[in-house]
Structures are given as structure tokens and as C-alpha cells.
Ligand binder design. Sequence first.
Ligand SMILES: [Zn+2]
Length: 275
Amino acid sequence: MPELPEVETIVREIAPRLEGCRIAEVQLKKTDVLREVSKRRLISMLRGNTVEQVYRRAKHAVFRLSSGDRMIIQPRMTGSVIVYDRRLTPDELKYAVLICTLSDGRKFVYRDVRRLGTIWLLDEEGWIAYTGRIGPEPLEETFTPFVFAQRLKGTRTAVKKAIMDQRRLAGVGNIYANEALFDARLNPAKSTDKLSLEEFARLHAAIVDVLQRALASSGTTLRDYRTGTGERGRFQFELRVYGRGGEKCRNCGRKLVMTHKIDLRQTVFCGRCQR
Ligand SMILES: [Zn+2]
């Protein structure tokens, strides 16, 4: 969290408000979110630079600057990126980590309540190498069931872990892995190499479907995630298994099982519907 639908929502909302804008002033209030870049270097890189393009790759929001460098933000559990047309409230200011004042006076803010997210910088070459190590984007047309099966075949790891592995597939995290496996009627612990072609096709369709539906609802807000305009997502009301351990399966009425055994994270599934 945020996963693909949340980061895509943020990026779609802020891109038109940020692209082509020059950063006049930069304030970095905490440095523990920085990875492989010093406070000084980040500030000097951003100040006076123009944001040419804002886009998403996997769970990252990418800001391509006119210098060719990319600032990459991964909001993780508690981060969000917001563009404000007004002065920030004291509460908004409290969690603001990076504040970029644009030349027209608006503010582009990365806020992170528990500072679990990260900010880093890559030049063009570094970015190409980095993005090349990440798997295909599930909402692109080129992501076919065949491509999906190719990326996952030959691994004996639990299918839930395999689809969350960013080197195999981009953008899917714990919430949407749980949901997609329920929709595809597959047991999350099933060994990936035991999946039939028909099961790969079913899971492929379920992943694409749940990501599209979540995107249509501006993502899932369980705690701190906010869209690029500061709103909450609405997909939390449509979750079928995630966060519902012990409650009834929407399909068959049986109690849903919750376990942390697969990957130490919350896995919820129906022992009857998911084989
Ligand atoms: Zn069931």
C-alpha cells in the first residue's frame, strides 16, 4: 500500500497540475526518507528545475525533470503526494516531508505520516537500468496471459508471493494479490509451478480486473493513503477478502481464513472457494 491503483490515481491527478512547472524553492524537513541521495544534492537538483513529466512505474511515482534526472517517490504505507493551491493547514504541515514551491506559488508536497516511504534520484541511465529490472505493467495492452505465464513459470514459490514479486510483475501488493486470488478461486499458498494454463489465464484476468476496478474507485484507503487532491479512495468498501479474516465468504458463506504463514503478511482466503 499504496499499490498500482493508488499511485496511478495520484499520478493522474497531479500530472496535469505539475507538468511544465518550475520548482522555485525546496524544503526538506526530514532526511530519513532519502535513499542514496543527500539532502543537499536533492535540493540543488530540484531547485530551478522544471517537472517535464509525471508518471507511474510499478508502485513508484516518477518525476522526470528537464535535466533528464528522475526523482522517484515510493509512498509505501503512509505517504502521499499532493499539489496544493492554498496555504497548508498546521496538520498538513506536520507530516509534510518535502515541500516544493512552484514558481506560481502553488506547493507540491510529499507527506508521510510514519515516513516509511522513500525518495531517491536517478539519472537517465540509472533509471533505464532500474526500470529494466521490474516486471511488466499489468494494465498495458502487451500484458497478455501468455506474458504473465512466462514471467511466473518455473518457480515453486507460493503463487501469492510470485505475483507480488516486482521483478515478475509490476504494481501488485498485498491487498490486490489477496483480492485477485479470491476472484480467480486459487489458494494463495499453491505452488506457482502447479498452476495450469487455464489457472494462469484466470488469475491474469482477475489481476487486471481488480486493478481496473480499484483504479475506478481511486484506490483503497485503509489509513493514510490520499489521492493527489487529498481525498480518500473508495475501494475499501469493495474488498472481498482483504481485512475480512473470520468474516463470511461473499461467495459461499464459509468463514474466511486469515494466516501470516505464506509471506508474514496478512493473507485472507476461503478454504472452500480457493483450491
Ligand atoms: Zn467461499
